[in-house]
Design a binder for this molecule. Sequence first.
Ligand SMILES: *[C@@H]1O[C@H](CO)[C@@H](O)[C@H](O)[C@H]1NC(C)=O
Ligand SMILES: *[C@@H]1O[C@H](CO)[C@@H](O)[C@H](O)[C@H]1NC(C)=O
Ligand SMILES: *[C@@H]1O[C@H](CO)[C@@H](O)[C@H](O)[C@H]1NC(C)=O
Ligand SMILES: *[C@@H]1O[C@H](CO)[C@@H](O)[C@H](O)[C@H]1NC(C)=O
Length: 375
Amino acid sequence: MAPTIHFQLILFLIISLSFLPLKLCSTLDRQLDYKNWISWNVENHRKEVKTISQLAAGGSDKSLDVRLRKAEMNKVRISVSQDRTGDFKTIREALDSTPLYNNRRVILMIKPGVYREKIMIPRTLPFVTFLGDSSDPPTITGNDTASVTGRDGLPLKTFQSATVAVEANYFVAVNIKFENTAPHEIGSIGGQAVALRISGTKAAFYNCSFYGSQDTLYDHKGLHYFNNCFIQGSVDFIFGSGRSLYENCYLNSIAKKVASLTAQKRTNSSLSSGFSFKDSKVTGSGLIYLGRAWGDYSRVVFSYTFMDTIVLPQGWSDWGDPKRDSRVYYGEYKCSGAGSNITGRVTWARVLTDEEAMPFLGTYYIDGDTWLLSS
Ligand SMILES: *[C@@H]1O[C@H](CO)[C@@H](O)[C@H](O)[C@H]1NC(C)=O
Ligand SMILES: *[C@@H]1O[C@H](CO)[C@@H](O)[C@H](O)[C@H]1NC(C)=O
Ligand SMILES: *[C@@H]1O[C@H](CO)[C@@H](O)[C@H](O)[C@H]1NC(C)=O
Ligand SMILES: *[C@@H]1O[C@H](CO)[C@@H](O)[C@H](O)[C@H]1NC(C)=O
């Protein structure tokens, strides 16, 4: 604990010294700031991501979900391989072999290959992990769109277009490529084609990639964590009502004209949903808004993120509804690159202060201390 705090103290001193000439604050204010800062850091430190070995070591972890802890300590592994060397040939079969109301972590070790499967993990199958090989991640692919006719004879709609849909809680994916190959035609209707929909809460994605065009990643609802992920799309390619932290992610636009990277849907000021992007990169083709307001109270923050020239100077869109200008929360903090120039931004975009940015900058934003494990 001590070395981290020392390091943070030094960092704080460097930062505060470099800001001193800009700030006219009384000694009292500064002492208060300092005290707040220390308690925030100590608090933060306690909320550090826990390792599985720490869990196994004993009951000191009161904060972690009890069910999750039990599930992690009773893991089962099953393998999926298209060459018949695994326990199952398809992901579907492997999932079907898992008992409903499963209470153990079930790790599907998915061997390299292209899996053309449409997968839905129901709420009754929590604690599922998709684990691929980092040197050759498996691809799960499909090409359904919102306008494709479903089994009931009706259009699937965006929700059902997903190649992989996760309704279950505590889902984890590592080294997996999620894909929807349906192209987006400008002006077409019903072209929404989701690669992954995550509707369960407490889900984590490490080293994953998401390939699609319109509506690639449906970050539907719940608490989600994305680390070292690649996300590609054209229109609204990260959208939904989730409360999610994206760290160290590569956001690649393939828009041909003007589009929006995110469409965050927060419909009510009392809801805690929102997308936070940290230490990420925004690049690709076309001209993009960082976000457009799907819900009246849409909330998106970018921090420490590199933004290429493709970002429109205005930055953000109210989707043609001016009443949203005073309701949305669109913030930027310490971003870099030509696209991060705030000179042309809409007047209702926010350049966040240190204090305003803080709630979005760590895994505590998604209550990580109760469920996030380092793999
Ligand atoms: C994730 O990818 C990095 C390379 O970007 C690799 O070094 C690391 O081992 C991968 N993590 C896992 C859990 O496979
Ligand atoms: C989707 O893929 C299937 C199988 O490859 C193909 O038969 C079908 O034509 C594709 N649908 C569209 C709309 O591209
Ligand atoms: C927001 O949501 C809360 C809780 O669901 C509800 O009580 C409240 O009426 C909602 N407010 C608006 C403006 O819809
Ligand atoms: C930001 O954009 C304005 C207007 O285009 C320009 O004058 C200014 O030099 C830019 N600032 C930086 C740091 O590039």
